[in-house]
Write a protein that binds this ligand. Structure first.
Ligand code: AMP
Length: 397
């Protein structure tokens, strides 16, 4: 049976609970410094308005750990959204209770109420029954439009769906799943995965899950040093997860069995400390990283080698920067890879907060087919895990 999503729902006059990810970064004056997440939720919100829904919006912000923390209030989001949607977004600083109940039932078609930060209530992260029931009071339709938290068992993501008649995906969530499914269902033959970032342990489940589907895996970032060490290569003082060396050796074996090509860095940018103005050493092909030095970026020969692979790809999934890209001295490898992905004719999917940042820093965000809004959620999905927030949806009318 075809799964129903927002497009299939009769919305006129219905009270709709829309779970969004409005977890935007704020500066010390409480001003929103990046509204990408708000922008991403607009198509769903506009559709709800245009189709006469009575809208209750909800989101978390930061980690208040069940306490009311004024600096994590969603009030700035309500103000910003009002401007973006060109309509007043009501906000009274509460999540549940009598006043909220009154506003909910008094909503007219196309009107929006934004609840206060869901995580001010301890019931949210505990997937609390009572809290979920309160949130669901008077709601006709539940819409999950928050991919970034769909891997979390939270009340507004999972438990709430048991108390509403219909629960479906919003447009943002649908788009995420459609794109990411390309990688886990029937990817094209020339499927290339690029992995980097801090920890090899985070990315192993993804490698194992896609081993029978991928053709090439390009590895950079700190995680490459555990793989290099597993090959018996000296990596100096670079970050290595010793507990995972054996697992990396296993992955090489599995790759051979599956005819998968795993590429590791052949040259590096290294230094003694991680600082913006430190002296760096280019560790060339055939050289070893000196004992007192840490590998902090892939070298230009590696970037060139990876670029050639990227050119051949039909589908690219990229998660994790190639080096400590936050510091300009060590951002060259990541920038080169970002440009190569952007220039390739492949369908490209980029996920993970840092990788998305790096792509924007390189100025090529517009050339990526799909930039995922969920770091942990996209890794979990690509690792073959069922996302509780998606499993909980009824998706039938
Ligand atoms: P992740 O969240 O796993 O994608 O990791 C991103 C982080 O990995 C960034 O903050 C990078 O600075 C860091 N990173 C990337 N390469 C290295 C490296 N060679 N050594 C230390 N940290 C790194």
């Amino acid at each position: 049976m075809e799964k129903k999503y927002l497009k299939h729902i009769e919305l006129k006059g219905k009270v709709v609970f829309c779970r969004n990810d409005f977890n935007v970064p704020l500066n010390e004056n409480g001003e929103i410094v990046d509204d990408t997440r708000l922008e991403a939720s607009l198509p769903t919100l506009k559709y709800l308005i245009d189709n006469g829904a009575r809208i209750v919006c909800a989101s978390h912000m930061g980690r208040p750990e069940g306490e009311k923390k004024p600096e994590l209030s969603l009030k700035p989001v309500a103000d910003k959204l009002s401007g973006m949607l060109n309509t007043k977004v009501m906000f009274n600083g509460k999540i549940t209770g009598k006043e909220i109940g009154k506003i909910k039932s008094g909503l007219k078609e196309g009107e929006i109420l934004l609840l206060e930060n869901l995580r001010f209530d301890p019931g949210e992260t505990k997937n609390g029954r009572k809290f979920a029931k309160e949130l669901a009071k008077g709601i006709d339709v539940y819409v999950n439009n928050a991919f970034a938290v769909s891997h979390r068992k939270h009340a507004s993501v999972v438990r709430i769906t048991g108390f509403v008649p219909i629960s479906v995906k919003g447009f943002l969530l649908k788009r995420e799943i459609d794109y990411l499914s390309l990688a886990i269902e029937k990817p094209p033959e020339n499927f290339c995965i690029i992995l980097g970032g801090a920890k090899v342990s985070d990315k192993i489940p993804l490698i194992l899950n896609l081993m029978d589907k991928v053709k090439t895996i390009l590895i950079g970032g700190a995680m490459s040093y555990t793989f290099l060490k597993a090959k018996g290569i000296n990596v100096g003082n670079s970050k290595v997860e010793d507990d995972f060396i054996e697992m990396c050796s296993d992955i090489f074996k599995k790759a051979e069995e599956n005819n998968v090509k795993i590429l590791l860095p052949v040259d590096h940018i290294a230094s003694v400390t991680i600082e913006p103005n430190v002296t760096i050493k280019m560790v060339k092909i055939g050289e070893e990283i000196p004992e007192n030095m840490t590998g902090l970026d892939i070298g230009m020969d590696t970037a060139q080698l990876y670029t050639e692979e990227i050119k051949r790809a039909e589908l690219i999934v990229w998660n994790g920067p190639m080096g400590v890209f936050e510091i300009d001295l060590f951002s060259g490898g990541t920038t080169e890879i970002a440009k190569a992905v952007a220039e390739s004719t492949a369908l490209s999917i980029v996920g993970g907060g840092d990788t998305v940042l790096a792509v924007h820093k390189a100025g090529v965000g517009g050339a990526i087919s799909h930039i995922s809004t969920g770091g942990g959620a996209s890794l979990a999905f690509l690792s073959g895990k069922k996302l509780p927030g998606i499993e909980a949806l009824s998706e039938v009318l």
